[in-house]
Design a protein around this ligand. Structure first.
Ligand SMILES: Cc1ncc(COP(=O)(O)O)c(C=O)c1O
Length: 411
């Protein structure tokens, strides 16, 4: 439920454009993810994927909820350490000597998901020189990760990788990781876990299996969002021929429905099915493992909202706001996603009108959306809310023409 007064109070104290950080949403999402698995008897550890939103207040919230952080670079590792995270997963391809320097410095907190034999050998050599034991696993891919083969090793190489890791005194090799993005159902997790269990059964001896301490199923849990897909661009193409024609059609309100909802299984369904496969096929083989996950979008999507002010009304159905879409980087709202635009100054959630809302960048592609909830015609000075914009927006924001706006923490 939108609390209009809360947002309007912020505008009295600060200038727009603003990102609003909503800690309560972060807590809600972390708890619902965690509790969904708990309900089915699995004590899953969350490693929040920093890449989806690195805002320090969000990282601190993850830590204060007793959860952990997933990082993919030295920059993100420093952010996780600063947020006070005691358990960090470092995942990401092509790790360098400098990456391992920082990882080894924080070896008591970090577990590394390795991506190649080169990484294993380099890390083992550096760990031996420093005489510190490094906890690690490897990222694997199966048919389920098609298109993602630049990451990790094929599952068929896992036993060879394990054997190699046993040769190094300072390597504690104890985990397996995989990741697939944009999952609207649990299907790919289930199939990957199933393949993994068959592989372990066939290729690992019972005592070798005891070495494994974690299975990290990555991120990719799609939230049940308030976003939708435009019916005139169902495949989310980046180039739209005849775009002017579409706009005319839209303003005449001829697209019905105005957006197509994205169908997603609730987290309870993911948790129920993944927990069942994990308990029935993985745990009997690998009795020492814990289940890890790296949700990004699921946790961060509703933790940020945007506040903008209408500067110039150019027409009865066209206006420009003070903020531009450099606030969301290259994730283009104008073609990809319907997101509700809510006029807080003329608040009416029952009346949505066709209306093109532009940002203030020097490009006609700088569009926030094509419909607005508003009581009357939008006016200069009206405050516009774009709710639930926390995933892969703030983190992709660019200093293109304008600076990146500030973040305001909502009480
Ligand atoms: C290894 C890894 N883990 C976690 C994530 C987070 O994914 P999502 O935000 O879709 O949950 C990603 C995203 O690409 C990733 O590459």
């Amino acid at each position: 439920m939108i609390n209009k007064e809360k947002f309007l109070r912020i505008v009295k104290q600060s200038k727009t454009p603003l990102y609003i950080f909503d800690k309560k949403e972060a807590q809600k999402n972390i708890r619902s993810f965690k509790n969904a698995f708990k309900k089915y008897g699995v004590d899953l550890s969350i490693f929040f994927a920093t890449k989806s939103n690195y805002y320090p207040g969000l990282l601190r919230t993850v830590v204060s909820e007793g959860e952990n952080i997933d990082v993919s670079s030295r920059r993100e590792l420093k952010l996780a350490l600063k947020a006070g995270s005691k358990r960090i997963i470092y995942t990401g391809p092509a790790k360098t000597r400098d990456d391992f320097e920082l990882i080894l410095k924080h070896h008591s907190k970090v577990t590394v998901n390795l991506e190649s034999l080169r990484e294993l050998e380099l890390m083992a050599k550096m760990a031996r020189e420093k005489k510190v034991t490094m906890r690690c696993g490897v990222r694997i891919y199966t048919k389920m990760q098609s298109g993602w083969t630049k990451f990790g090793i094929p599952l068929s190489d896992l036993k060879g990788f394990y054997d190699q890791a046993q040769k190094y005194k300072y390597i504690n090799f104890c985990g397996v990781h995989f990741h697939i993005s944009f999952n609207k159902t649990p299907d790919k997790y289930l199939k990957t876990l199933d393949e993994l269990s068959k592989y372990f059964k066939k290729h690992f001896r019972v005592e070798e299996r005891l070495d494994f301490e974690y299975i990290d199923i990555g991120g990719g849990f799609y939230p049940e969002t308030s976003e939708g897909i435009y019916p005139w661009n169902p495949n989310q193409e980046t180039h739209i021929p005849d775009f002017d024609k579409h706009i005319k059609h839209m303003l005449a309100d001829k697209f019905k429905p105005r957006y197509l909802p994205i169908k997603v299984d609730p987290i309870d369904v993911f948790a129920e099915k993944i927990s069942a496969v994990y308990k029935n096929t993985i745990l009997p083989l690998l009795p020492n493992v814990h289940l890890y996950a790296e949700p990004g979008r699921f946790i961060s999507h509703s933790t940020m909202h945007f506040l903008l002010t209408i500067m110039d009304v150019k027409d009865k159905n066209l206006a420009i706001t003070d903020g531009g879409t450099n606030m969301v980087g290259w994730e283009k709202h104008q073609f990809f996603y319907y997101v509700p635009l809510i006029n807080l100054s003329q608040f009416d959630l029952k009346r949505e009108i066709p209306f093109v809302l532009y940002g203030s960048l020097c490009t006609p592609d700088d569009i926030w959306g094509y419909y607005m909830f508003t009581k009357g015609l939008p006016k200069s000075g009206d405050i516009i809310l774009m709710p639930y914009q926390g995933a892969y927006t703030y983190t992709l924001a660019q200093e293109f023409i304008k600076e990146i706006p500030e973040v305001w923490e909502m009480e």
